[in-house]
Design a protein around this ligand. Structure first.
Ligand SMILES: NC(=O)c1ccc[n+]([C@@H]2O[C@H](COP(=O)([O-])OP(=O)(O)OC[C@H]3O[C@@H](n4cnc5c(N)ncnc54)[C@H](O)[C@@H]3O)[C@@H](O)[C@H]2O)c1
Ligand SMILES: O=P(O)(O)OC[C@H]1O[C@H](O[C@H]2[C@H](O)[C@@H](O)[C@@H](O)O[C@@H]2CO)[C@H](O)[C@@H](O)[C@@H]1O
Ligand SMILES: [Mn+2]
Length: 441
């Protein structure tokens, strides 16, 4: 197996050390020769990088070269794979995305509703610039993107780079849900094969089978309806917010037992409940700043100070392992089946061709090959179409600098609907984000 050179873009991320643990856990599946870190924030990246130097020395000596840099040429030349995980505006901007809609009585969330719209508008420009810069150094490398909101980023990249078949947008949420399914079913996530359709953070599992083809869906639904389902992946198992989200999966399934819902549907199906439980002074961004961000950088500082990871309880989580397994399947033509985001082009036969859909694909060295979904039922189709309209209008608005299209987008979004509210929220979000969005005069 050829060893790969991997560049992490946004290496100052709170997910980077977890990704390193996952690369170590997956080194047989996705062997690396070289890792490069790239970020625009030198200090933030250096913390993760200095801890990674210790980690690699102790646990991944096969990586013979590790570099961290803010120089694009050094970072982008000759890489085989890019994993991108940037957050334009940082967690501070995320907090505003969550607070502004809440002030208007609407869902305040990172990727859903008006908060997701603002985050999408900030992400599009940086992502287009990054892909252009990467492609000026390498045409063939695989670009795997986690940057959110993945639905809007995928739509924008597909428009800007329609012929680039080596950009793949990915979300870890279905995989994190499948880790919980696997726990219920007494197996490993990698033993399960999902049948699923939707947009990113907006979809449904229609079946869960094992690799022998046995359909486990009825058993799974019965357990979730009877006993509920817990977040079990390491990263989220002890997080009250994620446990509450997983509790809501039982409610969603009870209210509509047809399919198994993605957790994010809670924001669209129960917007009033989601708003009522929020504390505007302690939204999710603030919890992450005080939680994951602090935990990760405390860990990095301890590793750097002691010069060893021996005193730490390190673990790989599904976020990293999922991306790495997709990369391995691309690199070595494994044809493993994963949910990824691809142009529809008839996969869902009664949905427009140019939707970016999240569906199961066999991941080959020629990219993802989707399995046909066929027709989807009226209820899910109608929900998807209004959300798709919202996503496409946000991307149109970014390219055209159109406020009207942002208002129309929020009018379609189930978390807003009301035109006066949509206008007021657009106004506030554009004022807050004007330095990122000069096209909106
Ligand atoms: N797709 C998914 O399912 C999924 C899952 C988890 C996280 N994410 C996404 O991963 C990203 C990272 O999340 P986080 O909470 O760790 O954020 P973070 O703010 O901790 O880290 C992001 C890093 O990106 C850097 N950055 C920002 N703009 C950049 C640019 N133009 N070029 C290079 N670096 C840049 C920042 O300096 C920072 O170090 C976010 O977009 C988040 O939404 C996606
Ligand atoms: O609110 P956050 O920052 O904790 O999470 C937002 C992200 O949530 C999902 O990712 C989960 C993932 O599902 C889980 O496996 C684990 O790795 O934690 C992640 C978040 O903590 C979602 O898929 C992402 O798109 C969100 O950014
Ligand atoms: Mn996601």
């Amino acid at each position: 197996m050829k060893r790969q050179k991997l560049t992490i873009v946004g290496a100052g991320s709170t997910y980077t050390l977890g990704m390193m643990n996952s690369l170590i856990a997956e080194k047989e599946n996705f062997p690396l020769s070289e890792i490069v870190f790239y970020d625009i924030d030198e200090q933030r990246q250096a913390l993760n990088a200095k801890a990674t130097e210790v980690l690699l020395r102790e646990k991944y000596p096969e990586v013979t070269k590790f570099t961290y840099t803010t120089d694009k040429k050094v970072a982008f030349e000759n890489a085989d794979f890019f994993f991108i995980q940037i957050r334009t505006g940082g967690l501070v901007a995320r907090e505003k995305d969550e607070q502004i809609p809440l002030k208007h009585g609407c869902v305040g969330q990172e990727t859903c509703g008006p908060g997701g719209m603002a985050y999408g508008l900030r992400s599009i420009g940086d992502m287009i610039t990054l892909v252009n810069e990467i492609r000026s150094y390498t045409k063939d490398a695989w670009i795997l993107n986690y940057t959110n909101p993945a639905a809007i980023v995928a739509e924008a990249l597909n428009r800007e780079f329609p012929n680039d078949k080596r950009i793949l947008n990915i979300c870890d949420m279905p995989a994190a849900i499948m880790v919980s399914y696997a726990k219920i079913l007494g197996c490993e996530i990698w033993d399960l094969v999902p049948e699923y359709f939707g947009l990113n953070h907006y979809g449904w599992f229609t079946a869960i089978k094992n690799k022998q083809g046995e359909d486990l869906t009825a058993q799974l639904k019965a357990t979730i309806l009877g006993e509920g389902i817990k977040a079990v992946d390491n990263e989220i198992a002890n997080d009250p917010s994620w446990q509450a989200t997983f509790d809501n999966m039982r409610t969603m399934l009870a209210d509509n037992p047809e399919f198994l819902p993605n957790t994010y549907l809670q924001y669209y199906l129960y917007p009033e409940k989601m708003v009522s439980k929020e504390d505007i002074n302690n939204t999710r961004a603030r919890q992450v700043i005080n939680g994951r961000e602090k935990r990760v950088f405390d860990l990095a500082n301890r590793i750097i100070a002691s010069g060893t990871t021996a005193n730490e309880n390190l673990h790989a989580d599904i976020h990293g392992r999922y991306m790495i397994r997709v990369a391995a399947s691309l690199a070595y033509n494994k044809k493993d089946i994963y949910l990824v985001i691809v142009p529809n082009n008839g996969i869902i036969s009664n949905l427009q061709a140019d939707a970016m859909v999240e569906v199961p694909c066999a991941i080959t060295n020629d990219g993802p090959k989707a399995f046909a979904v066929g027709t989807i039922p009226t209820f899910q189709k109608a929900m998807i179409e209004s959300q798709l309209g919202y996503e496409k209008l946000v991307v149109d608005a970014w390219f055209e600098g159109s406020r009207q299209k942002l208002v129309n987008a929020l009018t379609l979004n189930r978390t807003v609907i009301d035109v006066p509210k949509a206008k007021a929220i657009v106004e506030d979000l554009l004022i807050e984000n004007q330095r990122y969005l000069p096209q909106f005069k």
